[in-house]
Design a protein around this ligand. Sequence first.
Ligand code: IMP
Length: 437
Amino acid sequence: MPSLVVVGAQWGDEGKGKVTDLLAERADAVIRFQGGNNAGHTIIRGDEEPWKLHLIPSGILHPGKLCVIGNGVVIDPRVLTEEIDALRARGVDMGGLRVSANAHLIMPYHLLLDSAGEQKLGEQQIGTTRRGIGPCYADKAARLGIRVQDLLDEKILKQKIAAAMEPKRLALRPHAKDPSLDLHAMTEQYLTYGHRLEQHIADTSRLVWDLLDAGRLVIFEGAQGALLDIDHGTYPFVTSSNPVSAAACIGAGIGPKDIDEVWGITKAYATRVGSGPFPTELHDSLGDRLRSAGGEYGTTTGRARRVGWLDLVALRYASRINSLTALVVTKLDVLSGLDRLLVCTRYRGAEGAEFDHFPYHQSVLHHASAEYVELEGWSEDLSECRSAADLPAAARDYLAYIAEMLGVPVALVSVGPGQDQVIWTGQGAAERLAVAT
Ligand code: IMP
């Protein structure tokens, strides 16, 4: 059985949680490999109260699956322990949860620095989730990070926290009286988290290797999306990790040859949260309509998402930097009722130059306008469609156009928030994975 990486092909919020949850049913393990609780998934199952997850892979809802938070993830232990408690309270068995001993921890000062950094940027701010993600990855790179394994040794923990806070003294001065920054109290608090998490802490790479060696199906679950990638996204309006598929190797501790399939998740239109270029953004009532029909408000922060037409220039780029083997198109149902659909196939720069490829230069991208082809819309409600044949011809044509322009087959289509509201097309990796229903 192959291993499969699930990644966001846009700016995040594409519906990766739902896809991972569907695949997890057939898989033996789900591994998260980057990001932190800046991500958020809502999983809708029947009439149950929606499941909201930020750090724990959605596979946890399937009994008996191994669910790993890999070394590439940054963990706020307060959020993780609360998430464990909330799941336990609803009767979920947490026996399969494993947390990499090498994952880095978000500390109280990371949260303060994230907010302070944004405030200082004023109008230029990135629009971060203010969950401390950037400062935590910065400490990791500066070799000042505190890791999960440090929670198990009081002396080391205290020394490392003191060393990490030292160079931040000036920036933290306005918070001198903040009780969460007291070295002793912070150490005590984090030791408590350590006790709570100890049973889950493990050498997670080895666990994953054993499964791969045994030929089991392993899903690697990405957070955010390609265009928020710190190397390949719209820098500096990006997150501080690599949401692209290659990061599954680094963030889970495997090699590139261990990956067989990469599924890129894209909405049938586009959204973005936070600042930064978004060439297909809609600023009119149509944007409002899509935002409201698609429920485009963040799971983590509740912020209204910016909304726009599907951008094939950006998607082609995402396909390339991820080596996509299949696409999943989500929220196709949201486009119902529009007479015509616009799809961006190229950008035009401020000086008139045409760009078929995603421009590498930030200034070009900031001033690029989108050029569109017009496709026929459909009026039918898609929420009950369960096979490609159930879809109106215009919806099938829309999917076919995307697949052709990207040279990547559409394996799965989502037509509503419910787990059953999907269409397995029978194309692409679905057959090879034997996951088609
Ligand atoms: P950070 O990851 O909190 O540092 O935020 C950096 C940028 O990434 C901001 O524009 C955020 O809105 C965006 N971002 C981070 N996580 C997500 C996500 O899960 N979905 C969508 N956007 C995100």
